[in-house]
Design a protein around this ligand. Structure first.
Ligand SMILES: [Zn+2]
Ligand SMILES: [Zn+2]
Ligand SMILES: [Zn+2]
Length: 465
């Protein structure tokens, strides 16, 4: 039994709390998806069983839609694909991801009567759909999906009423959990995890959720493990304390976070950080030069300039015009640097983009300087054990490493590792990458300390290859 129980969390509705003390990095519970699908746009590049990205995946010969790492992954997924496979074959093409997900949920409900195991703490009927709060436009989209669903749903499957189908679409819309690939770099699909749906939001949460892709490719079947999410504790949680995760990135001022949450999840966040606007001052910081700060008018002008510049930067980046991105970023930084403080979000966004693009263009030395500034800002803003912070430190470590700044690179790798061991655990593919990196930077650092010139000539040999 997992050490959790459902309780009434006041205005927030139901919540989950722990029944014993939990320590940092502990998995509070793991949960296999009730149903999950790969996004339409990635259906040819991501395994429909373990959600890993895969070059030249193996295609299902029947529907020609589903793709897998190999036959082992295909076999592991057959149970959830069987009915879908014949439905896709019948209509000649796969419907969109929402329709595929709702159909998978329904096939599963009909097979298992909705409750999958004793460990499942809620039924899908009890999860909110927020249909009454949808805008007329969203409601129209939902009705189109319902229509597509009925074209797809096979005549030989049990008939379902339109209200229930609409409930499921609404429920998936606000309870679906986005799944990322094995490196945590790209959102690749969406799944429904009923217990996870019970975990309420807090902008400064005590838990995080990661996807563990499982191991279905092990030669020995006894070593197979299922794709699952893990709810991991970010620090010590006392017995009886409510479990929380953050549904949005903390790096938005409280007013913006509240707006995002209202729009996507239909509630007003009343967490401590939103109510008191904690760290809003840092996120909108104005530079202080010998007791002098820019006037409110100047700050507003640079803020407006930044917002417009970021739109142009994003456009240039999408077009792959990286020289234009650099030019725009430099222009923007020239205006921002004298006015904004180090933790100002507009400044950090530009710094993060310029560092990323410089890396892409192999200008690692310059990129490392910007990456360091991003990290200094993030460190003051994010909660200490945050996956986003850990990943940012990891990226900065790689940048410094490529720039030949081995001392900083190694210490950043160690810092990232200390966070990821908590947010992702020792067995996660990202943590393992980081561990391999740490071994390598440690070796190079030793060499560097013994003889700097030998280290640099070795590096040049490696780089010239
Ligand atoms: Zn796979
Ligand atoms: Zn198939
Ligand atoms: Zn909040």
């Amino acid at each position: 039994m997992d050490p959790v129980e459902v309780f009434s969390a006041g205005e927030k509705g139901r919540g989950l709390r722990v029944t014993k003390e939990i320590s940092a990095g502990e998995v509070v519970f793991a949960e296999a998806s009730f149903a999950a699908v790969v996004f339409d746009s990635l259906s040819l590049q991501v395994c429909h069983s373990c959600f890993r990205r895969k070059v030249n995946p193996h295609r299902c010969a029947q529907c020609k839609f589903a793709h897998y790492c190999d036959r082992t992954c295909q076999r592991a997924a057959w149970d959830e694909h069987e009915q879908e496979c014949s439905a896709i074959k019948k209509i000649g093409q796969a419907p969109n991801e929402n329709v595929r997900l709702v159909a998978r949920i329904l096939w599963r409900i009909q097979k298992d009567t909705g409750l999958v195991s004793d460990a499942q703490l809620t039924t899908l009927d009890l999860l909110d759909d927020h249909l009454s709060e949808l805008s007329s436009e969203d409601l129209k989209d939902l009705k189109v999906d319902v229509q597509h669903f009925y074209n797809y749903w096979p005549k030989n499957s049990k008939p379902v009423g339109e209200d229930y189908v609409a409930h499921l679409f609404g429920m998936v819309n606000c309870n679906g959990f986005t799944l990322s690939d094995q490196r945590g770099l790209q959102a690749v699909g969406v799944g429904l995890f009923p217990n996870l749906c019970l975990v309420n939001h807090d902008c400064w949460p005590n838990c995080t959720v990661i996807l563990n892709p499982g191991n279905q490719t092990a030669l020995d079947t006894s070593l197979h493990s299922k794709r699952r999410i893990e709810l991991r504790a970010l620090g010590k949680i006392s017995e009886g304390e409510e479990l929380t995760i953050s549904y949005v990135d903390f790096l938005n001022v409280s007013k913006d976070r509240q707006q995002l949450l209202k729009k996507k999840y239909y509630f007003d966040c009343k967490c401590e950080h939103c109510i008191s606007g904690i760290r809003d001052d840092l996120m909108t910081a104005v530079r202080d030069t010998h007791g002098h700060q820019s006037s409110a008018d100047v700050v507003k002008a640079v803020t407006d300039f930044s917002l417009q510049a970021l739109v142009k930067i994003e456009e240039a980046r999408t077009e792959g015009n990286f020289h234009e991105v650099l030019k725009l970023c430099h222009e923007c930084l020239e205006k921002q640097d004298p006015v904004f403080g180090d933790t100002n979000l507009h400044l950090l966004r530009v710094l993060s983009i310029i560092s990323e693009v410089l890396c892409f263009m192999h200008q690692f030395g310059e990129a490392a300087g910007y990456a360091q500034r991003v990290l200094d800002g993030y460190t003051k803003l994010y909660p200490p054990n945050t996956a986003q912070l850990g990943m940012a430190i990891m990226r900065a470590a790689v940048t410094h490493w490529h720039a030949g700044l081995i001392e900083t690179a190694h210490s950043l790798v160690c810092r990232a590792y200390a966070i990821l061991i908590i947010t992702h655990g020792a067995q996660h593919p990202i943590t393992r990458d980081l561990e391999a990196m740490r071994t390598q930077t440690e070796k190079e650092l030793r060499l560097f300390k013994q003889n700097e010139s030998v280290y640099h000539s070795m590096r040049e040999t490696v780089l010239s290859h």
